[in-house]
Design a binder for this molecule. Structure first.
Ligand SMILES: Nc1ncnc2c1ncn2[C@@H]1O[C@H](COP(=O)(O)OP(=O)(O)OP(=O)(O)O)[C@@H](O)[C@H]1O
Ligand SMILES: [Mg+2]
Length: 356
């Protein structure tokens, strides 16, 4: 399963795995591994091997002999000759090879269950991603009831398996797109109802707009609204509460979004002009917008008529920002996109106070 950051991949994957385990496999192991930049194929499969009770300790067998004669001893991969009256030690490594997809597949093929490997995009080595693909293929060839669910941020499924060619037949790729506005609104209305708060359509729609299909922002803004309403002992979420909630949400937002936005604005000579430009861009089409669309949006929403050349110049300055904090990139001539797809939601939240 692949998709943009924060669209709900982990939540859907976990729910689906549990459903598959109960409804299709009728029981079995559920193993979950969240990868990080330090992980390799061996460290990832370790979780499943331990759950499957496979002995993966790299213990050494040591045999000591002090008998007479000139016998040959052969244990595992090591050999030693024995001569009389002297003591010899023979060591043999227990043959574990958690680095090899075929070894791992052999050990897991008779198990039943699901192995959820999440955050696969964080694995640094392409070779390790390919090995995961190989493991899927080998288990599939064994017709095993041990299934792998691989989840990560990507624009295509093959990014997660490093483009391994022969694995595609054994894969079912699912792209998780952003949530629909109706889905987001249901989160708001159901949640507020559960804690006995009332929210009007206008305010709920504003939160839907800010969320832009990312449930994380819905939860964040609603949580802040609810906290403020409960402290003030007010049951109706009004615009005043929403305004304060947006300020609190920005404070609690992920550091990477806040840092990228703040440092970009700080680097520019007319921050207020750029803030409005970015806000208008946040309301343009996704994933790409054209500078002409941005010009129209500025007129339509903020009655600001800026010369096309000035807009192009400002967009060029935003693209040029280095030191890793650029928030906009040029995808084609005259076409731009936010590097982090969640940035428009953050911008709407931080400008939302004046915007309402
Ligand atoms: N269908 C849903 N209904 C309500 N909330 C949801 C739904 N799906 C996801 N969420 C919430 O949205 C937030 C983000 O979801 P999740 O962590 O599953 O996304 P993700 O795509 O795995 O993110 P990342 O790319 O950062 O790993 C979580 O707080 C989660 O509880
Ligand atoms: Mg996730």
């Amino acid at each position: 399963m692949y998709g943009d950051r924060g669209v709900g991949k982990t939540s859907l994957a976990k729910t689906t795995c549990k459903l598959l385990l109960h409804e299709i496999l009728k029981g079995g192991l559920f193993v979950e591994k969240r990868c990080d930049s330090q992980d390799s194929f061996a460290s990832i499969v370790q979780a499943a091997l331990i759950e499957a009770k496979v002995d993966i300790s790299t213990r050494e067998k040591t045999l000591t002999h002090n008998e007479g004669g000139d016998a040959q001893l052969s244990v595992g991969i090591a050999k030693a000759s024995l001569s009389s009256k002297s003591e010899h030690k023979t060591t043999a490594n227990h043959l574990t090879n958690t680095n090899s997809p075929s070894w791992v597949a052999e050990k897991l093929k008779d198990c039943k269950g699901i192995f959820l490997i999440d955050e696969v995009d964080a694995i640094p080595s392409l070779e390790d991603k390919k090995k995961i693909a190989e493991l899927i293929k080998l288990l599939s060839d064994f017709d095993s009831e041990f299934k792998l669910v691989v989840v990560g941020i990507a624009t295509t499924g093959s990014e997660l398996t490093a483009g391994h060619p022969s694995v595609e037949r054994c894969l079912k790729e699912v792209q998780l797109k952003r949530m629909s506005d109706d889905g987001i609104k249901k989160i708001i209305l159901n949640g507020m109802k559960q804690i006995d708060l009332i929210i009007g359509d206008e305010i709920a729609d504003k939160i839907v707009d800010i969320s832009a299909g990312f449930p994380h922002f819905t939860h964040l803004v609603c949580l802040k609204c609810a906290e403020i309403a409960l402290v003030k002992k007010i049951r109706h979420i009004n615009f005043e509460i929403l305004k304060q909630a947006l300020v609190e949400s920005v404070k609690d937002s992920e550091g990477v979004l806040k840092h990228a936005y703040d440092s970009t604005i700080r680097l520019l000579s007319k921050p207020q002009d750029y803030k409005i430009l970015l806000l208008a861009a946040a309301y343009c089409k996704i994933p790409e917008f054209r500078s002409s669309e941005l010009k129209d949006k500025l007129v339509e929403s903020y009655s600001i008529n800026i010369d096309s050349q000035v807009i192009s110049r400002r967009l060029a300055s935003l693209v040029k920002i280095k030191n890793g904090s650029a928030i906009i990139s040029r995808s084609a001539r005259g076409c731009f996109r936010f590097i982090d797809p969640r940035m428009p939601s953050f911008i709407k939240m931080s400008s939302g106070v004046e915007d309402i």
